[in-house]
Each structure stands twice: as C-alpha cells, then as structure tokens.
Design a protein around this ligand. Sequence first.
Ligand SMILES: Cc1ncc(C[n+]2csc(CCO)c2C)c(N)n1
Length: 223
Amino acid sequence: MRHSDWIRSQNQYLWEAMQTHRFVTDIEKDQLPLDVLRRYFFFEHAFVETAVLIFGHALLKAPGFAQQRKLIATLSALSEAQLVWFQDCFAALGIGTKGSPLPKAVDDFATGMLGIAEDGDYAAIVTIMMAAEWMYGTWCMRAHQHPSTEPMLRAWVQLHAEPDFLSGADWLRAEVDREAAALDDAGRMRLADLFGRALQLEIDFHEAAYDSTWPVPKAEGNA
Ligand SMILES: Cc1ncc(C[n+]2csc(CCO)c2C)c(N)n1
C-alpha cells in the first residue's frame, strides 16, 4: 500500500465525512442554493492568497530544484489564471469584493493550514495540500459526471476534474509517498494526524457556506 493510501486510511471517517458533506451532495444533486454558492466562492477567493503563502513556505523548504519548479508553476497558476477566473465568476454571479469579516470557520481554515505550513517541514506541507487537492479531485470527478446547470459551478467542478489539476494532486501524492518512506512509524503517524487536521478544517470551511447569517456582498452597480 502506498504511504499516501495509508495516511488516508487512517482518516477514513473524516475522508468520508467530507466526501458526503452536504456541500458535495447538494452539488451532485444539482440543488446547491445560489446564495450558498456565492458565499462559498467569496470564501474561496479569499483562500487564494493563503494558498500562495502555503506553497511559498513549501518552496522555501523544498528538498530540491525539481520540487521548486513544480511549486513555482502552482504559484503562478494561483496568482494569475485563478484570479482571472474569480473575476469572471464574481461578475457572472453578482458577487461584490468587499464583504463582512470572514466567519470563524473560514478564518480558522486559513490560520490552521498556514500555521501548519509555517511550523512544519516540507513533508507536513505536501501532506496538507495533498489532503486538500486529493479530496477535491475525488468529489469533483464524481460530481462532473452529472454537470451542474449553474455555469460557474459546472466550470469550477470541471476545473478540478481535469488532468491539469489531477496531475498536481498526483504529484503531491508522490511527494508524500517519497517523504513518508524516509520516516519512521511515529513520523508517518504525525503526517496522518496532519492530514486529519486538514480534513476537519475543510469540513468546517464548507459548512460555513451555509451560514445564512453571513451576508453575501452584492456587486456594486448591477445588484
Ligand atoms: C477550501 C478548499 N480546499 C481545497 C481546494 C482544492 N484546491 C484547488 S486549487 C488548490 C491550491 C492550488 O493547487 C486547492 C487546495 C479548494 N479549492 N478549496
């Protein structure tokens, strides 16, 4: 069994909880409420800058130039194509850029993931990003078999079900396999623990999109 498979198997309950989260099952049933989707995209957009910082820590701690090149490509995609994507998305769904302070679960997700990246080594960082990307690749591949009728949501799910994204998730798995092979049992257990922490933060982040007390900022001019 690959070390990445073992790490996931140690967290089977949390993995399933995320794969069957109502955010995921609502999308699969094509019944995600539009305001939940707007809230989610607003939180996602805010996460881009955090993801850049997380991968920035990975870049500094990477074991070699091969890893650095891969991380630079990821950083470039996040800071260019991804931002353009959100501009189009916010325009299409009438989402404004200035919102209320983020809910606690969304803040906790950013501080929790970034904290692991700051305090941890390269193995810790690729483990939490593997959790985030492998989890998305899995549910988006499933969900994309029945594409959503909402164009932006359909495009978002498709983006995470395509070879470009999936190969990035596979690369993280290979990095975790290689790093974990050099560790002892306690070291591998520590990675499994971090994987579980990342999944729990993900679950709470996606639940926050259902908090109807958090007002979705409306785009100025055409609200
Ligand atoms: C809350 C949240 N968790 C995981 C992903 C999946 N994902 C897609 S791109 C990316 C970073 C760069 O590859 C990650 C982690 C997400 N979008 N939002």
